[in-house]
Ligand binder design. Structure first.
Ligand SMILES: [Zn+2]
Length: 144
């Protein structure tokens, strides 16, 4: 059985922000109009927490800290939600979901919107250009 996360990470992904030997950080698709919604994924395929080496988990945590700083600097998050579900896609991965200060949705409704890629009529639309600039900035932040 093929894994969509392993497959994605073997290809060139324009939304990839950072990679080392243990983890990949990428931006989620923009369908839910959420700029700053990141995925943190171990590069190797683990389906259970017990299998993941501490060294890999440590890199996951470092990426979460980095993403949190970046999202706060960019004024995109008052809270950063970190969620692991890994039900439909078994490869364990983190969703980092920024919740803005003036967000209409908070808590599980925002998590649902993000993880289900739901767009709402009152969403601020994220343009391709704004997204490109944002990805560039994020890449610089993560590599420094
Ligand atoms: Zn996988």
């Amino acid at each position: 059985m093929t894994c969509p996360i392993c497959e994605k990470n073997q290809q060139v992904n324009p939304k990839e922000i950072y990679r080392n030997k243990n983890i990949v950080v990428s931006h989620a698709p923009l369908n839910a109009n959420l700029l700053g919604y990141f995925y943190v994924e171990p590069t190797a395929h683990y389906e259970n927490w017990a299998e993941i080496p501490l060294e890999v988990l440590s890199d996951v945590q470092a990426a979460i800290k980095k993403a949190d700083s970046f999202l706060r600097n960019e004024k995109l998050a008052e809270r950063v939600y970190s969620v692991t579900i890994s039900e439909a896609v078994r490869h364990i991965h983190f969703h980092l979901i920024p919740r803005k200060e003036d967000a209409n949705l908070k808590g599980t409704p925002l998590i649902e919107k993000a993880t289900q890629q739901l767009a709402h009529d009152d969403d601020p639309v994220v343009t391709e250009r704004a997204a490109e600039e944002f990805f560039q900035k994020a890449k610089e932040f993560f590599t420094n």
